[in-house]
Design a protein. Structure first.
Length: 131
């Protein structure tokens, strides 16, 4: 379990460095049992965030999810988890909307809802960036 998570995250770094393709990594994850494959995909997304170019990592991760329809739920869950703690709330919401545009709209809705819950902001509140 944890070995898969750590390995997959590091493989995300290798893909970003051009030493292996995301397609090859997706195929490697897919060869595992269903449960481990989902964890592998989630961890790959974490690696794409952790080692990605700042302010652009979410786009690479979202595109990876779009290219991974068989593991769409696991990929989106990894995206949502990895998005925690970076950007402002409005920045996280924009990343969520991007995920929804390239994958499924329901992922954007779930992502935004999760970000607001974790930030203790109700869906009726308007988020205002400090000036």
């Amino acid at each position: 379990g944890n070995a898969i998570n750590g390995f997959s995250s590091l493989m995300g770094r290798e893909a970003l460095a051009g030493r292996v393709t995301l397609s090859e990594l997706r195929d490697a994850c897919s060869a595992l049992t269903e449960d481990l494959a989902g964890r592998c995909i989630r961890s790959l997304v974490a690696g794409l965030f952790e080692f990605g170019k700042p302010e652009e990592e979410y786009a690479v991760a979202a595109q990876f999810c779009a290219d991974t329809p068989h593991f769409a739920d696991a990929c989106a869950a990894g995206f949502i988890d990895a998005l925690q703690g970076i950007y402002t709330l409005s920045g996280r919401e924009e990343a969520c909307r991007y995920l929804g545009r390239v994958t499924k709209e329901r992922f954007a809705t779930e992502c935004i809802s999760t970000m607001r819950k974790r930030a203790n902001v109700s869906s009726d509140d308007h988020v205002v960036s400090p000036s």
